[in-house]
Ligand binder design. Structure first.
Ligand SMILES: *Cc1c(COP(=O)(O)O)cnc(C)c1O
Length: 436
């Protein structure tokens, strides 16, 4: 039998953990997880943790889901992988057709992680303008406090100082426009008013710089990594109109918010808009395998379709379109198609909102907010080290959570029953009461 302390010690010696100051693991050692069952993770001692953040926002339907497991087992018996240059296969064709039907964007390019999807969209947008005789359109704009991944191109359009500042010398120039984050509302102002102010800032910038700008990249409705900043769908409508008016691309990074997370299948649906590029990853395989997809329009695709090789999009990753990952994604789409997931989520959200009423009105809580299956609030008197303290206190109560700064959030799998919701709400209230 594996003893948890052995695994933790060996992990700290041999594994360089992501997004972690390794020295801080003295205070917050990693959990040694050996099994997943639905919404629960089980450690080497048999202790159970409710996965309140879907294992970094990827696990939509719980761990060890029978339908996804069966799809992968079936695919394993046929073929684990084949290269997608010079070959094709049924899972990637079917997935592309189904994503096109859902998004209205008919051309799917694959990668393995979200950051790679961002890189692909930036390269494609720039290359589109170059292929259409406007090579001077090469700048990118993003929202203040945006997050689009950690590779150098993606980090260039990210605006989270802790992740970005160290590497500033390596990054491309990009410009950040005002975020429509509804927490900025002045007294008497609505979220839609904030959205209009932010759109005016975008318009002012485009008025000066549209001729040299390739694209605006946004996280639709919820800016996740900065701490679940939520905003009004009006911003997306206005941004779409401005991108059209000023002839720049709109890139919708739905890596975190796609696949039902905000209440609609894609967040952009709530604004009734279609982006020029739609980025998907995280939930796409239900938290099983790394896969990312960039969907785009016939117009973009046509600008690359030519006799000249170099006018094509020559980007690639070794595991592009991996069949196992595509089968997991198809199983996820099957679950959406047959189980009325969005309707069930809206009931779950109403139920959880009711249970969270005492949290919403707690004196330590500010800006309690919810969009679909994402909840967040800011803790007013969060002491230094708050996120670590909360994480450890939640662990002790059998819940996996990782606050972002002073923001506590839930991004649970879509399968929580009433007992699990109650456990989350009660524990959260207790941690607030005891000054965690
Ligand atoms: C997580 C995330 C990314 C990066 O995805 P990775 O798979 O971690 O590289 C990009 N954009 C958004 C909005 C994300 O939440």
């Amino acid at each position: 039998m594996t003893r948890p302390n052995d695994l933790i010690t060996r992990s700290r010696a041999a594994v360089w953990h992501p997004c972690t100051q390794m020295k801080a693991l003295d205070a917050v050692p990693p959990l040694a997880i050996v099994r997943g069952e639905g919404a629960w993770l089980i450690d080497a001692d048999g202790k159970r943790y409710l996965d309140a953040i879907s294992s970094w926002w990827v696990n939509l339907f719980g761990h060890a889901h029978p339908r996804i497991n069966a799809a992968l087992t079936d695919q394993l018996g046929q073929m684990a992988h084949v290269m997608l240059a010079g070959c094709t296969h049924a899972p990637v064709v079917e997935l592309s057709e189904r994503l096109a039907a859902l998004s209205g964007l008919g051309h799917a390019f694959y990668a393995s992680d979200g950051a790679s999807a961002t890189e692909i969209a930036l390269k494609m947008s720039f290359h589109y303008w170059r292929n259409t005789g406007q090579p001077e359109k090469r700048r990118f704009i993003s929202l203040k406090n945006s997050y689009h991944g950690e590779t150098l191109g993606a980090l260039s359009v990210t605006d989270v100082a802790l992740f970005k500042d160290t590497y500033a010398a390596l990054l491309n120039d990009s410009h950040q426009v005002m975020s429509p984050d509804a927490r900025q509302a002045a007294p008497g102002e609505t979220a839609s008013d904030v959205a209009r102010r932010a759109a005016a800032d975008l318009e002012a910038w485009l008025t000066e710089h549209a001729a040299t700008t390739a694209a605006l990249i946004v996280e639709p409705l919820v800016q996740g990594a900065t701490g679940m900043a939520m905003y009004d769908a009006d911003y997306l409508r206005l941004a779409r109109a401005l991108c059209d008016q000023f002839n720049i691309h709109l890139i919708a990074d739905e890596i975190a918010v796609g696949f039902g997370r905000t209440g609609t299948f894609f967040a952009c649906e709530q604004a009734g808009i279609t982006a020029d590029f739609l980025l998907l990853s995280k939930g796409i395989t239900g938290g099983y395998l790394p896969l990312a997809c960039v969907l785009t329009t016939d117009t973009v695709y046509a600008a690359f379709y030519d006799d000249a090789t170099a006018r094509g999009f020559l980007h690639s990753h070794s595991y592009t379109g991996n069949p196992l990952a595509c089968r997991a994604a198809l199983a996820v789409l099957d679950i959406f198609a047959t189980e009325a997931v969005l309707e069930r989520n809206s009931q779950t959200a109403a139920q959880f909102n009711a249970l969270l009423e005492p949290v919403r009105h707690h004196p330590r809580v500010r800006h309690f907010r919810q969009t679909g299956m994402i909840w967040a609030f800011d803790v007013v008197d969060a002491p230094p080290g708050f996120a670590d303290h909360w994480q450890l206190a939640a662990r002790a109560q059998g819940i996996l959570m990782r606050p972002i700064g002073a923001t506590v959030y839930f991004m649970p799998p879509y399968i929580l029953d009433e007992a699990a919701l109650q456990h989350l709400a009660t524990t959260t209230l207790a941690l607030l009461d005891r000054g965690t």
